[in-house]
Ligand binder design. Sequence first.
Ligand code: AP5
Ligand code: ZN
Length: 213
Amino acid sequence: KRLILIGPPGSGKGTQSPVIKDEYCLCHLATGDMLRAAVAAKTPLGIKAKEAMDKGELVSDDLVVGIIDEALKKPSCQKGYILDGFPRTVVQAEKLDEVFQNRGTKVDKVLNFAIDDAILEERITGRWIHPASGRSYHTKFAPPKVPGIDDVTGEPLIQRKDDTAAVLKSRLESFHRQTEPVIDYYAKKNMVVNLPAEEPPQTVTSEVKKALS
Ligand code: AP5
Ligand code: ZN
């Protein structure tokens, strides 16, 4: 399966991805995770991306299309993949179509995490992540066994720098202005499945499975 996950910050893309990945043996490509790793490693890409990310703005289309183009070449991604947080602009969607055309492949479905903005602040400000694996927790909705510690590795959890109420405002603005048109782009091609992203994670998971069966 080749899937695209679209939804605002905190809508559950990163939470559902590991479940979908394990169920269907897909590779999980999250541009946000890849960019954060580049920022942490201070690579040339990370240095270019950091300012926009800290402000909650989108990184330039050329940079992210480059990352995805490279990642899709990985042998582990040949059976199928989840694109989490990409494409996020119509230009990115068009460039992705070109990449697919060149490779003679295409995306099967676009999962739209539909949710009201009002719910997102609590989800974002309560999130703690394990940066190395991308696993995420929530102080209220998905607490780790030991506060501040990753269940699997025992390593410390951190909060993302952009997970503040103030930066969330700008991330939501980018979503409505630049990413919502991408949903229309795929809706016109009849590829979109809407998910009830306000429901508990288990309910969202069973809707995902229904959509993919
Ligand atoms: P990115 O990392 O993609 O962030 P985002 O889109 O803002 O999405 P989040 O990761 O915040 O949300 P999520 O849906 O994964 O939520 P999660 O499942 O963790 O991008 C970051 C930045 O990178 C961008 O701002 C931009 O600068 C740059 N960037 C990335 N891609 C780009 C691109 N293509 N083009 C340009 N720039 C790009 O859930 C959140 C919390 O809620 C967790 O604590 C979780 O436990 C909890 N939770 C999840 N589901 C539920 C539920 N059903 N009920 C209750 N709690 C839940
Ligand atoms: Zn995410």
